[in-house]
Design a binder for this molecule. Structure first.
Ligand code: CTP
Ligand code: CA
Length: 226
C-alpha cells in the first residue's frame, strides 16, 4: 500500500474536498468555531490538482491561500458548507471531508451586539447537519473519505465513524500527539479502511500525508476499475 507509486487514476476525476473550520454566528461581532487551520485539506486539494484531478474545494474561513488551479468556494457556516457540498455531490467521483464542521450553532442569532450583563451568560446551542453522514446515505458511485480528530480512543471512535457515516475510509489522528495538532505543518494519521485494515503512518509533513492519501485513493480506484 505504501510504496507511493505515482498517482495515475486520479487524472480527470472530479474530487470534492472540504477544509477549515466553520463559523457559527452568535451576534454581529461574535462566533463559535474551532482551531482548524485548513492546512491538511488545502494540501490534499493542491496535490490532487497536481495529479490531474478536477478539484472543487469548499472551505471555511482560513488564513491560507487556495491552491491555484482549484475551484474554491468559500463558506462560513455548517449550513452553507452542507448546501455547497450537496450541490456538488452528484458529479463528484471522490469526496474528502477534512473540514472541522461545528457540531452545534447558537439556537438564536442576535441581530444586535449582545450587551454584557452581571452574572453568567447561557447560550443555547442546536445541532448542525452532519454533512458526511448525509453523503453516506446518498452515495452511489462516490468514494467517501472522512476525518476523525480525537483526543482519546482513536481506533474505537474512528471505526465507529467509518460505520455510522458509511465512509470508505477514515483518516484518524490524535490531536494531542506532538506535531499532529491543529495548525501544525505536520500530521501523524492512521488510515482506517472499510475492509478492517489499519495503517499507522509516521509523523510527516501535511504534503506527505496528502500524497499518502492520494495513493490510497488511487488504490481504491484501481479496485473499482477491475
Ligand atoms: N462532519 C460533517 N458534518 C458535521 C460534523 C462532522 O461532515 N456536522 C464530518 C467531518 O468533516 C469529518 C467527520 O464527519 O470528516 C468526522 O467528524 P468528527 O467531528 O470527528 O465526528 P463527529 O461525527 O462530529 O463526532 P464527534 O465530534 O462527536 O467526535
Ligand atoms: Ca464533530
Amino acid at each position: 500500500y505504501f510504496d507511493q507509486k505515482p498517482v495515475q487514476l486520479l487524472k480527470g476525476k472530479k474530487l470534492l474536498i472540504t477544509a477549515g473550520p466553520t463559523r457559527e454566528k452568535i451576534d454581529p461581532v461574535r462566533f463559535f468555531t474551532n482551531h482548524s487551520s485548513g492546512k491538511m485539506g488545502y494540501a490534499i486539494a493542491k496535490a490532487a490538482s497536481e495529479a490531474g484531478a478536477d478539484v472543487t474545494l469548499v472551505s471555511g474561513p482560513v488564513t491560507i491561500t487556495p491552491p491555484s488551479g482549484v475551484t474554491t468556494i468559500m463558506v462560513e457556516t455548517a449550513e452553507e458548507m452542507y448546501n455547497q457540498v450537496l450541490n456538488h455531490f452528484d458529479e463528484a467521483d471522490i469526496v474528502i471531508k477534512s473540514a472541522a464542521v461545528a457540531d452545534y450553532r447558537p439556537a438564536e442569532t442576535s441581530d444586535q451586539k449582545m450587551k454584557k450583563k452581571d452574572g453568567t451568560l447561557t447560550i443555547e446551542f442546536e445541532r448542525t447537519k452532519d454533512i458526511l453522514k448525509t453523503l453516506g446515505v446518498q452515495k452511489k458511485h462516490q468514494i467517501l473519505i472522512g476525518f476523525a480528530a480525537e483526543t482519546e480512543q482513536l481506533e474505537t471512535y474512528a471505526k465507529r465513524k467509518l460505520e455510522s457515516k458509511n465512509a470508505d475510509m477514515i483518516v484518524g489522528n490524535n490531536i494531542l500527539t506532538e506535531g499532529a495538532g491543529f495548525g501544525t505543518d505536520t500530521n501523524a494519521v492512521t488510515f482506517f479502511r472499510k475492509d478492517g485494515t489499519i495503517s499507522e503512518l509516521p509523523l510527516q509533513t501535511k504534503e506527505q500525508v496528502a500524497q499518502a492519501l492520494l495513493s490510497e485513493i488511487d488504490h481504491l480506484l484501481k479496485e473499482r476499475s477491475v
